[in-house]
Design a protein around this ligand. Sequence first.
Ligand code: ZN
Length: 509
Amino acid sequence: MIIDVAVENLIQYAKSHLLLDDLDEMYVRNSVLDLLKVDSYTQYEIDEDAIDEMTCPDEIIAPLVSYALSNGVIKEGEEDYFATKLMGLVSLKPSEVVDMFDDLHDHSPAKAFEWLHDYSIKNDYIKLTAISKNKHWEAKSTKGKLEITINLSKPEKSNKDTAKLVGQKASTYPACAICKENVGFAGHGTLRQNLRYIPLTLGGEEWFWQFSPYAYFNQHGIAINAEHTPMKVIPATVRKLLDFVDYAPQYFIGCNAALPIVGGSILTHDHFQGGLKTLPMHKAPSLARYKSTDEEFKYVDTAIVDWYNSVIRLVSSNKELLVAYAGKIIDGWKEYSDESVEIIAKDENGQHNTLTPIARKAPDGRYIVELILRNNLTSEKYPDGVYHVHPEYQNIKSESIGLIEAMGMFILPGRLDRQLKEVESYLKGEKDFKEKELAPDMKIHAKMIKKLIKEHGTACSDVEAALAIKEEINDVCEHILDNTAVFKKDAQGVEAFDRFLASVGIVKA
Ligand SMILES: [Zn+2]
């Protein structure tokens, strides 16, 4: 394809999908030519209908990048950088995106977020093609269905990597990967020239919302504090979450626990995660009804959720009341110890008790707040965390269990895609299993392979082998959720949960 046609396709794509204004068309075309170091141009007829029907810009970008590479405009390894730069150039400016969003939001918050999401796919910020390669399945479990995905685009981080980042000095620009200064930024291998976000006011503070290019689920995004300030879970966090669901009533939003081992992967910058998704825990019914002995909170629906880990569900139409009530539980839990069930709120190593609060709106408009109790204690038996993934399951998942997973949607590392194919080959008898001959990165799976061979033999068909492995993973994911429960489901754990609730004035209804 001659370069003139490729450029014209890009301009037409931007007019059709990215709201490029006719008055800006010539200016943007010339800027693209400048970027490509092309100084003469013939405008060719192009297939406008085909471009109108495109769902993402892959076909538009490819010939431009390939031209840039073969004509020395860029070097090998700069392809993604160049593609992102091009797409940033033909996208609306951040202010124009905000104006458009605000206009839509006045009529329908859901439409506004849907528009920004679609715009972010169309300008290649959200990588639709890469995301569609992720593996996804539903696992029947003892508590409804779990969702399991193998994410092929996200790098795996261990708890040690995350801990290393805590307390790290903000010496670079931008201070971290989610700071607001990333908009348009292209340094350090970040590709954010086409990032567009929208401002939010949460709890009277300046925040903003951007979608996740990794996209674990539909319209997955993060709400981010405009200041680079550490994560924290305090009563005021609940007010911010509820302000968010007032602004985006179609979304759930949650805050990761703010401590290593049980928190998210970025603890240095205050942020929430949310999106257009009903997670497995949201569907879990209440296990038992409770009530507050406090006159003020008496009429707030209070329940324990029938879920793997320890979750308190509060429902009310009164926002202020809910903030105060959840705040009381948060403050109470942070101080609560019960050594009979290995819960130590804090010790010489620091704070251990923390929470994951999640908010959403019920169809009747009432607010729902769910508090998942978390603790990051380590012990001699469990040096990685008493309530972290236990060692026997870490071959499947070693990263901390953040809020999405605590609610039953697993994001498993991309390495599994390759490793599980090798496991399949043993079950199908294509390869002889010899533990000593396992490649270094397969050794972690030795125990699981032996167990699977014992249960299923080595003459499985393709379908049988794949199914056996899936079932094993489903089983592991359920166990991982059990590991994260601070109050176990046995009689001792159930009684201990009730004792904690009583300590914050909550009793069986
Ligand atoms: Zn930051």
